[in-house]
Write a protein that binds this ligand. Structure first.
Ligand code: FAD
Length: 291
């Protein structure tokens, strides 16, 4: 089903999940087990990332196509501008259309390994805003985009810049935005209010990262610009070498965060599953009264 239809027909907040294309056969088997387990909570849509540097183009395409054909879930394919010309992107989109894939999460992407900043290839796009406009011309896709309640790490003008570009993404044809993960709900509420004031009317869906490995989250966060609040450090640091305790606390904190977001009008929750089902299922179980 198209994301735009899922969003417009929703009379309750949506619960969705994100996966990444694994690199090994074992990882692939694990992904399909995880997807099957998550079918039990009936996610409104499931998204599949596109590897840094465009390295997973075929795997992303293969997985979203199989999700559509075999599970009855509505897939969203992530797509970045990295390393691709307009013509190459056009060919990939034609393949998606032929396979019946209707939903794209349009991104700029990050610099490929070995490069310290993103650079568009000749004949390619520099920003997600351009990719979104291109997608609108290419076919009947429903388009999601990314946004950053605490600011994208490269934004010179901070969150204000990101809001300006988010409005441009909406004007160019995006149907909804999914946020980078964050742990401080107040940052999301402030961001949402500023988006409202800037005329952004599309749903802004919070991205939720259940913590399963605190050291890994600290590393991710330093790269993607998500803040780890002092209270989170205080609670996680003393138990960070006990995986079960971290996972248990990670679920408790995510449930509390999700409940507060939903009580304050969030249109949905997008769970970064990291291809593991247990935390997402446990969170869903505890917040399903809101969904
Ligand atoms: P953009 O919106 O283009 O923003 C990049 C920078 O340029 C920002 O600083 C912004 O303020 C600025 N900017 C934006 N538009 C303009 C403009 N028109 N003119 C001038 N400046 C502008 N990465 C992957 O490689 N694969 C994935 O599958 C993937 N999935 C993601 C899913 C979500 C929900 C999120 C939040 C991120 C994801 N990322 C993924 C990471 C993303 O690629 C990086 O954060 C990347 O650095 C920025 O992508 P973007 O689409 O937000 O870029």
């Amino acid at each position: 089903m198209k994301l735009s239809e899922i969003l417009s027909s929703a009379n309750k907040p949506l619960f969705s999940c994100e996966f990444f294309p694994p690199k090994t056969d074992k990882g692939e088997e694990n992904l399909w087990n995880c997807l099957r387990e998550l079918q039990a909570v009936n996610p409104a849509y499931v998204s599949v990332t596109y590897g840094a540097g465009g390295t997973t183009q075929d795997r992303t395409k293969g997985i979203v196509t199989r999700i559509k054909d075999e599970t009855g879930l509505s897939p969203v394919a992530h797509l970045t501008c990295v390393g691709a010309t307009k013509e190459q992107l056009g060919e990939l989109l034609a393949d998606y259309q032929a396979a019946g894939i209707q939903n794209i999460l349009a991104l700029r992407g990050d610099a490929p390994e070995g490069m310290d900043r993103f650079e568009a290839v000749a004949g390619g796009f520099s920003h997600a805003t351009d990719l979104i406009a291109f997608l609108r011309e290419q076919g009947d896709f429903s388009i999601a985009c990314a946004t950053y309640p605490e600011g994208h790490p490269e934004s010179k003008g901070g969150v204000r810049d990101d809001i300006r570009y988010l409005k441009m993404k909406q004007d160019n044809g995006a149907d909804c935005a999914i946020t980078q993960y964050f742990f401080d709900n107040e940052a999301f509420f402030r961001f949402r209010d500023s988006c409202d004031a800037a005329g952004i009317t599309m749903p802004i869906i919070p991205g939720i990262m259940p913590i399963g490995n605190f050291d890994q989250i600290v590393r991710f966060s330093s790269m993607c610009g998500a803040t780890i609040p002092a209270w989170l450090h205080e609670q996680m640091s003393p138990i960070s070498d006990n995986p079960d305790a971290v996972a248990g606390l990670g679920i408790e904190l995510a449930v509390k965060q999700c409940a507060e977001l939903l009580e304050n009008g969030a249109p949905g929750l997008h769970i970064y599953t990291l291809n593991k089902s247990a935390a997402s299922i446990a969170i869903h179980e505890r917040i399903r009264g809101y969904l």
